[in-house]
Write a protein that binds this ligand. Structure first.
Ligand SMILES: *[C@@H]1O[C@H](CO)[C@@H](O)[C@H](O)[C@H]1NC(C)=O
Ligand SMILES: *[C@@H]1O[C@H](CO)[C@@H](O)[C@H](O)[C@H]1NC(C)=O
Ligand SMILES: *[C@@H]1O[C@H](CO)[C@@H](O)[C@H](O)[C@H]1NC(C)=O
Ligand SMILES: *[C@@H]1O[C@H](CO)[C@@H](O)[C@H](O)[C@H]1NC(C)=O
Length: 570
């Protein structure tokens, strides 16, 4: 009896949190659903969700003209219509990048997944839309369903949209001149959001409830959309997971030196910015994409190479007119419910590559002031830079030379520098000026599966909870992990928790509107600069406060906010 009551209570709580109708059990057995959008007809396919629902999947849907030939290095151009029935039954290619196959420069494609399509003229199906922006340092990654399988998220009655945007030089080249001011990859994302506004209703999505959810470079993008004049009105809630541009790295006005280097790497001259653009336009896209590893300067670092820029004003629509920290501090951002956080160890796993490689270890010890700014993303060769390097060495290593015994210290520095500090600063700044709730979390669940296993365990045991590990429970990543079913109850429990939290946020702007058994009866209070509450997502969900307060205070001291109030417009 007791058991049954508990189950009923849990079901009731779940039902209360889902005002939207359930997946239509009477879905037609049509294996190739066709949807009529304002741009024309789109044909998809059917795949199964984790719980056996039919997911109508539309993959490789074009949302902008092919950015090829004369359109390379140009902002995205909208499309007018689809010719005939658009075939969206298989994954499209990824944008050019190292190591992926297939890729194509014609990659401005998105995927739409839902378990319920409107029937005939029915307009009543209006589910919240979650638009996912992938990570990969602005030079890798993509929306293909083998990385971002919808099998978990789509059990939650949302419409899921995943998308490609241009990467590396093809997406972010910025010479600081009129013909290449920068940010094309981010403008692609804006174009995709416009496509969602115009077309998602045909897929049963609500264009007035769009949640932008981004990871890593995608999270950096989300925070930039919050301050971008181009993104106004295109989304209604924002989730930035494990990344933020409110960090110590400098957002430049151009990346001309990088553009010149790109030119040289593929055999182009670099005498003038115009030469660079002209010659790069004649090179195969794939050659440009594949050249990325040659930008690495210290082992695999820096992990961030091509970045967004504060565009110079040539009269063009600018994606980013000023520094996001300045804009947020001035209250000049789209006021939407905001959710952000990090994983416990983030990029900490990168420490193994260094302590297990005598060459890198020696270099870091002998040339700390030269190498540390590359790896930990701050200005190089200035007095300020030297001061920061000294301070980090004192704080994280107690001024000891690096060796294996300091692995955990180096891992902590990686975690804070390349994710934690920027995200912490984002939630503080946004919650200070937002008139909507801001939520903060730490993902601290170590399961059997991870994106990094220790070499000591012959790559079988996870090291901590690293970057991307929470994505294991939000998306079916068939490239790396199995589909979690009844025989993996721990993983299933985390899938249920995470997809519920993010779907609730997409529906209500609140990840736990009603505490319930499934979410450990926890009450997740919003973050405020004063209380600094966060949800700790471990074996159990618990509310804690002041995440890594001492560590982040050190960074606040080294990179004071005053700097951003002084220099504002670019
Ligand atoms: C859609 O494209 C895929 C891949 O090229 C192909 O296998 C399939 O037959 C096409 N479907 C239709 C209806 O044309
Ligand atoms: C150590 O790092 C250097 C410099 O990146 C690299 O060339 C070398 O292959 C690495 N050694 C091992 C064993 O991974
Ligand atoms: C929040 O502020 C914006 C303008 O900054 C305003 O349009 C909106 O109505 C406000 N929302 C609430 C809930 O106060
Ligand atoms: C380590 O793993 C490899 C590949 O799975 C296996 O061939 C090897 O025997 C393992 N070594 C040890 C010491 O377990």
């Amino acid at each position: 009896m007791f058991r049954r009551t508990r189950v009923l209570v849990a079901l009731w709580a779940l039902a209360a949190a889902h005002p939207y109708p359930d997946a239509a059990p009477d879905a037609t057995p049509d294996e190739s659903p066709i949807v009529t959008t304002p741009l024309g007809q789109v044909q998809g396919s059917v795949i199964q969700s984790r719980l056996g629902k039919r997911i109508y999947a539309f993959r490789g849907v074009r949302y902008a003209r092919a950015p090829i030939n004369e359109l390379r290095f140009h902002p995205p151009q909208p499309i007018e219509k689809y010719e005939g029935v658009y075939n969206a039954t298989v994954d499209g290619p990824l944008c050019p990048q190292p190591g992926a196959d297939p890729t194509s420069e014609d990659c401005l494609l998105l995927n739409v997944y839902t378990t319920r399509l409107p029937k005939g003229d029915e307009k009543s199906v209006k589910r919240p839309v979650v638009v996912y922006l992938h990570g990969g340092g602005f030079y890798s990654g993509g929306a293909a369903s083998y990385w971002l399988g919808p099998q978990y998220f789509c059990d939650q009655d949302v419409v899921l949209v995943t998308l490609n945007y241009r990467l590396g030089a093809l997406g972010f080249i910025s010479t600081g001149e009129k013909d290449a001011p920068g940010n094309n990859g981010l403008k692609d994302q804006v174009q995709a959001l416009k496509w969602v506004q115009q077309n998602v209703e045909s897929f049963g999505g609500d264009p007035n409830s769009v949640t932008l959810l981004g990871y890593s470079a995608g999270a950096v993008s989300v925070v930039l959309h919050m301050v971008s004049p181009m993104s106004a009105g295109l989304f209604h809630k924002a989730v930035a997971m494990s990344g933020s541009p409110t960090s110590q790295w400098t957002i430049p006005h151009e990346q001309l030196e990088l553009a010149k280097k790109q030119a040289r790497l593929v055999g182009c001259g670099d005498a003038t910015p115009a030469d660079v653009i002209k010659c790069l336009k004649s090179k195969p896209a794939n050659e440009i994409g594949q050249s990325l590893p040659k930008f690495q300067e210290f082992g695999l670092d820096p992990l961030l190479i091509w970045t967004p820029v504060m565009e110079k004003d040539f009269g063009q629509p600018r994606f980013l007119p000023a520094h996001p920290i300045t804009l947020i501090q001035n209250g000049e951002f789209h006021k939407v419910p905001f959710l952000t956080g990090v994983n416990t160890d983030e990029f900490g796993y990168r420490a193994f590559d260094i302590v297990n490689n005598q060459t890198l270890l020696n270099l870091l010890n002998d040339k700390w002031e030269e190498k540390a700014p590359i790896t930990f993303w701050y200005d190089r060769n200035t007095d300020q830079s030297k001061m920061v390097s000294k301070a980090l060495k004192a704080y994280y290593f107690n001024d000891q030379p690096l060796d294996k015994t300091l692995l955990a210290n180096l891992a902590q520095l990686y975690a804070d520098a390349n994710a934690g500090f920027g995200v912490n600063r984002a939630v503080k700044l946004v919650s200070e000026k937002n008139n909507q709730s801001s939520y903060y979390y730490r993902f601290n669940y170590q399961g059997r599966y991870s994106h990094f296993y220790t070499p000591e365990s012959n790559n079988t045991q996870p090291y901590g909870v690293v970057h991307n590990d929470d994505l294991i429970y939000l998306f079916y990543i068939s490239k790396l992990f199995p589909l979690f079913k009844e025989n993996t109850p721990k993983e299933v429990e985390m899938v249920t928790k995470l997809t519920s939290l993010y779907a609730n946020f997409a529906k209500f702007g609140n990840p736990i509107p009603t505490p319930n058994d499934k979410l450990d009866n926890v009450k997740w209070e919003p973050f405020t600069p004063k209380t600094q509450k966060y949800l700790d997502l471990g074996n159990k969900l618990t509310v804690q406060e002041k995440l890594y307060e001492k560590r982040y205070a050190e960074w606040e001291k080294l990179f004071p906010l005053e700097k951003y109030t002084k220099h504002s417009q670019g």
